[in-house]
Structure formats: structure tokens, C-alpha cells
Design a protein around this ligand. Structure first.
Ligand SMILES: Nc1ncnc2c1ncn2[C@@H]1O[C@H](COP(=O)(O)OP(=O)(O)OP(=O)(O)O)[C@@H](O)[C@H]1O
Ligand SMILES: [Mg+2]
Length: 369
């Protein structure tokens, strides 16, 4: 499934540093603004203790985790929505991602250039958010300009949709022009559906990722506190990470070395695992498993998917020729120890086309093509 999270923010705040540590993909990170121009794409395995536990119980020849995609995007500056600093191009890259990780500089370091010459996370976030909102306002205004023609269209479906869109777009235009995010405007699900085609940047889910000093990873500094206050009003989530530390850990060769390093830094696990998990959840992704002697594997599906759609993740034939699914939950396996015992306990169920797949289901699909 190709849903992804874009890493955005002002220039030189640590986006590529974090991306690189996450994905081990090459991305140039350096102490100067606009180091990144073309987006870097990287795939990250999603760590899942359930997959490990199923593996220890079933002992397959191989285990395959599920993945999530990250895109490291160039820094935005004030005026980006007017084309400043290649703004249009970079905003286009952000419009294409499914959710946003907004990296915010929350570390003091006189050697690392800040484009505004001072560390001020709230001001930084607002600078970016205004540009994103103005870019969306432009899209909405353009659509509003096309509406009168669409409303007169011979095709009833087209004209009635345009009529329904009008009041929603007008509300959005006023809101966005004030520099406010679309996700902060109260809209019904139907209204959201009506404007989904516009793919508004500020409608996407956002995580403010505070990039802090090495000594602040286990407690908020005052910068982080100010970001949390803003996020509460802004319908966004907050996480904390130290990009510098994570890139040092990522550069170590063995797991043993990484563990020692983490312990020395007083951390339980790398912030990257948590970040990947958060990204996965922001994208509305869930996991089911297939388990056999040859292979135990985690698969990604979307919250709300029914059995045939979830089957389609493995292969389109599985969806097309779906007959039924044999399902139990991984918790049953953890409780009873073997699939045989799960069967004996009557926890193996046969489900049909209408079954809503649950996170943690272990599934064997029956299909016919
Ligand atoms: N937590 C941190 N503490 C101190 N320095 C950091 C931290 N995180 C990143 N840096 C440093 O900040 C500088 C900029 O990092 P990076 O190139 O990742 O930024 P960027 O946001 O990708 O920039 P650009 O927009 O130019 O692509 C690098 O020198 C990096 O080592
Ligand atoms: Mg960069």
C-alpha cells in the first residue's frame, strides 16, 4: 500500500537528518538551508512485537514485516505560496503526501544556522502553516471560479455536486485566507467528502516533531512546551526526537552497539521506532498477519477495510476471487500457544465478504480465480 508521510518544515531544522536516520536511505544533510531540493523517498520497516511473537511460536523459515514510506521534502520559507524559494514546486510535493510530519527546531546550537536568526518554534510553525493555508486558499479560489460553469452543466450529477460544493468552498476560502488550517474548520463528513478532490494540504493530519538537544530527549524543554500548547489548538499531534542522537545511533553497525549507546543516553528505545508507529497510525493503517511454516508476514490494510479488500493487499486475484477467510486473532494464539489449540478452542472462524478486518487478525484467505 503506497500511503506515505511527508517530512516538512523550515530549511535547516533537521528534516534530512531525521529522514536519513529513519530510512538509512542516502539523503544529503548539511548545515545550510535548501540542502534538499528533490524529495528523497525511503521505506521503513514497522517494528511490531506481535510479528516477533508469532514468529517464535510458529517458527517459519522467514518473517516479513510491513512497511511505511517517508518523503523528505525541501524546506519552505515565508512567501513559498507566492513562489518564493522554489515554493510552488515544494508545495506540490507536500500536496502529494498522505500525512505530514512537520519538523520544528527545538534545539539551541549557535553553529547551526536558523533562517530567521533565532530559535522560536511557535513562530516557525506559524510561518509554515500560513504558507500551506495560502497555497490551499489559492486552490479553493480557483475551484470556486470554475463552479458557475459546472453548476450549469447538462449532466445532473456534475451540476448538483457543484451546487453542494459551493457553500463549503466559500467557508473554506474565508478560513484559509486568514492563514488557518482547513483541518481546524468544523466540517461534517459529507462536507469533507465534497472537497476531498481538492487534496488540501492543511486537511491532512499533522504531527509536530520537536527536534531537541541531546539532553532533552526524556523531558520537555520550554520550546516543546510551547509547541504542545499550539498543537492543542491546532488539531495536531506532538512528538519529541533528537535528530542528532538518532543519526549517531543509526550510524552504529550492530544492534549491540546501538543498545549500549541508548543505555548510555538513558533511553529505552530509539525515537525512530515510535515515530514510525505514529506515522503508521496517522495514515490510518492497520496490520493483519498471514502465518505458515514457510513465512510469517505482516500486511498493511486501511482501517475500515472488509476481508476482500484486505485480501487484495496480497494480490488483486485474492480480492477478485475472494470466497471466504479463515481467521483468528493473534491474542488467541498468544494465549493458547499453537494454532492447533486455537482451533480446538473454537477460535478459528470462517468469515465472508462483509467481515471488517481487525488489527492483529491472523488470516488465511480462500479464493478462486
Ligand atoms: N537535534 C539536533 N541538534 C543539533 N544539531 C542538529 C540536530 N538535528 C539536526 N542538526 C543539524 O542541523 C543541520 C541541518 O540538518 P538537515 O540538513 O537535516 O536539515 P534540513 O531540514 O533537511 O535542511 P534543508 O531544508 O536545507 O534540506 C545539520 O548540520 C544537522 O547535523
Ligand atoms: Mg534536507
Amino acid at each position: 500500500m503506497s500511503l506515505n508521510c511527508g517530512i516538512v518544515g523550515l530549511p535547516n531544522v533537521g528534516k534530512s537528518t531525521i529522514f536519513q536516520a529513519l530510512t538509512s536511505a542516502p539523503a544529503e544533510a548539511a548545515n545550510y538551508p535548501f540542502c534538499t531540493i528533490e524529495p528523497n523517498v525511503g521505506i521503513v520497516n514497522v517494528a511490531d512485537w506481535r510479528l516477533e511473537k508469532i514468529t517464535t511460536l510458529i517458527k517459519p523459515s522467514k518473517t516479513i514485516p510491513t512497511i511505511v514510506e517517508f518523503v523528505d521534502i525541501a524546506g519552505l520559507v515565508k512567501g513559498a505560496s507566492k513562489g518564493e524559494g522554489l515554493g510552488n514546486q515544494f508545495l506540490g510535493h507536500i500536496r502529494q503526501v498522505n500525512a505530514i510530519i512537520h519538523v520544528v527546531r527545538c534545539f539551541d546550537d549557535g553553529d547551526v544556522v536558523h533562517v530567521h536568526g533565532r530559535v522560536d518554534p511557535v513562530d516557525d510553525i506559524e510561518t509554515i502553516n500560513i504558507e500551506l493555508a495560502l497555497a490551499d486558499a489559492e486552490v479553493v479560489t480557483k475551484k470556486l471560479g470554475n463552479l458557475p460553469k459546472l453548476m450549469k452543466n447538462q449532466n445532473k450529477e456534475i451540476s448538483s455536486k457543484a451546487k453542494a460544493q459551493l457553500p463549503v468552498l466559500e467557508k473554506l476560502e474565508t478560513h484559509l485566507t486568514e492563514g488557518l488550517a482547513a483541518r481546524a474548520l468544523e466540517l461534517s463528513d459529507d462536507e469533507k467528502e465534497l472537497v476531498a478532490e481538492l487534496n488540501l494540504i492543511t486537511m491532512k493530519k499533522v504531527l509536530y516533531l520537536c527536534n531537541v538537544d541531546e539532553d532533552c530527549v526524556d523531558g520537555d524543554n520550554e520550546y516543546v512546551t510551547s509547541v504542545r500548547e499550539l498543537a492543542a489548538k491546532d488539531n495536531a499531534q506532538v512528538s519529541v526526537i533528537c535528530g542528532k542522537l538518532e543519526s549517531e545511533i543509526a550510524s552504529l553497525e550492530t544492534d549491540e552497539e546501538k543498545k549500549e549507546f541508548l543505555e548510555a543516553a538513558g533511553l529505552e528505545q530509539s525515537g525512530l521506532q515510535t515515530l514510525t508507529k505514529t506515522a503508521y497510525e496517522m495514515l490510518g493503517l492497520r496490520t493483519y498477519f498471514t502465518a505458515g511454516e514457510k513465512e510469517v508476514r505482516a500486511w498493511t490494510f486501511k482501517a475500515g477495510d472488509k476481508a476482500p479488500q484486505a485480501a487484495g493487499v496480497i494480490h488483486t486475484d485474492f480480492e477478485r476471487g475472494f470466497i471466504k477467510a479463515e481467521i483468528y486473532h493473534c491474542d488467541d494464539l498468544f494465549e493458547l500457544g499453537t494454532e492447533q489449540k486455537v482451533k480446538e478452542a473454537g477460535k478459528f472462524r470462517i468469515e465472508g465478504k462483509e467481515y471488517l478486518v481487525k488489527d492483529g487478525d491472523v488470516i488465511h484467505f480462500r479464493f478462486n480465480v
